[in-house]
Design a protein around this ligand. Structure first.
Ligand SMILES: Cc1cc2nc3c(=O)[nH]c(=O)nc-3n(C[C@H](O)[C@H](O)[C@H](O)COP(=O)(O)OP(=O)(O)OC[C@H]3O[C@@H](n4cnc5c(N)ncnc54)[C@H](O)[C@@H]3O)c2cc1C
Length: 346
């Protein structure tokens, strides 16, 4: 069997490992020993026992895969270094995704430490009276919705650099989110950026001063690119995302693929898109074995579900928007389905 190394066990990497575990001799290298359903993390901050429902140890669902819980810092033409251990490959898939602010995403963690951390964050949240959320995108809006539902009586302020929430989404979604949050007492400050802080005192670019008890930073992602910055630096675009072709390969190295948040497709960085790319990588690695021509990835708009607590939400697909209870519940159904697939191995 050919040797396939996958770096990163998030949505893309864990999917590829699961689907190809009987076709290749696979090593999955991840700096965490578990898969976490990231879209469920905002709920976990207000309901820490929910962590169990969104985390699963890699070993549980990847029975036929060697797992290395290590960080990759160096990659060569046909080897990687997992910590100090050199691992050779015939094929490599890089699915290192992106970094996000703590506590939403963490690195170098084992599952028990992560659950403890989420519990600690929840205690801080329960103690805080005055909460500032920096960023009114998808994550900022969702966490505000969770706090409203499960931690009543908090003063919540969202400071958002743009003049509307969810600025890349449909107008109806923006307005629904705004109405929901304002109706529940959230103070939304538009067109302002937090530019510096001294301890817990925060300053905006318009000279406003904030003194929250708790701050949740919910602004943009940054790609985990450093592992290729020496060996394949020409494969990085100006924002440090990976430049790959429509077969999801590096142009000059047709045995190296990438999928997920790390790629430079101009599309929303979502779990759904990460898995859509992963599906193409799976197809292409199967086709490689059979000597068949590879298939292309088509970047296209996909449906998006945004929850506002458990009982309200937004479903959006192009110009079609549904708001209210059904999308609120839909989010939980997607989470259950995704975790069940990993638990039961289908
Ligand atoms: C709070 C939050 C809420 C979100 N909500 C939604 C939502 O509702 N719907 C949706 O579709 N998307 C949502 N997203 C986005 C979604 O989580 C990401 O698009 C998705 O996680 C990307 O998957 P990925 O596999 O590319 O990377 P990731 O999930 O980031 O996984 C990358 C993996 O690589 C590992 N790794 C990184 N570098 C190294 C290295 N050097 N060596 C070894 N391992 C490494 C990491 O440990 C991690 O396990 C949300 C994101 C956040 C932060």
């Amino acid at each position: 069997m050919k040797r396939l190394v996958i770096i990163g066990g998030g949505f893309a990497g864990s999917y590829i490992a699961k689907e190809l575990q009987n076709e290749y001799k696979i090593t999955l290298i991840d700096r965490k020993n578990y898969f976490e359903f990231t879209p469920g993390v905002p709920r976990t901050l207000t309901q820490p026992e929910h962590a169990k429902a969104i985390q699963i140890s890699h070993r549980k669902y990847l029975k036929n895969v060697d797992i290395e819980v290590k960080e990759v810092r160096k990659i060569g033409r046909n080897y990687v270094f997992a910590g100090k251990k050199k691992i050779n490959f015939d094929y490599l898939v890089i699915c290192t995704g992106s970094e996000y602010h703590s506590p939403f995403k963490e690195k170098n963690m084992i599952i028990s430490a992560r659950s403890k951390e989420l519990l600690e964050k929840n205690k801080e949240l329960l103690k805080a009276k005055n909460i500032m959320i920096v960023g009114g995108g998808l994550v900022g809006v969702e966490i505000a919705g969770e706090i409203i539902q499960r931690c009543k009586g908090k003063k919540i302020t969202i400071v958002h650099a743009h003049d509307t929430l969810l600025e890349r989404n449909n107008y109806r979604s923006q307005k629904h989110a705004e109405r929901f949050l304002k109706r529940n007492g959230v103070n939304i400050i538009y067109g302002e950026k937090i530019v510096k802080n001294k301890g817990k005192i925060f300053f905006s670019d318009k000279g406003r001063v904030f003194t929250p008890d708790l701050v949740l930073i919910c602004t943009g992602i940054s790609p985990n690119y450093y592992l290729i910055q020496n060996s394949f630096k020409n494969s990085l675009d100006e924002k440090k995302f990976f430049k790959i072709n429509s077969f999801l390969q590096f142009d000059d190295y047709d045995n190296i693929f990438a999928a997920g948040d790390i790629t430079n497709f101009r599309e929303e960085k979502t779990a759904q898109n990460a898995q859509r790319q992963a599906k193409i990588v799976v197809k292409n690695l199967k086709r490689k074995k059979l000597g068949k021509p590879l298939v292309k990835y088509n970047s296209t708009k996909t449906p998006l579900v945004i929850s506002l607590g458990s009982y309200d939400g937004i479903f959006e697909y192009k110009n079609f928007v549904i708001t209210g209870l059904i999308p609120g519940i839909l989010k939980l159904i997607i989470e259950r389905r995704e975790m069940l697939r990993r638990n039961l191995g289908f």
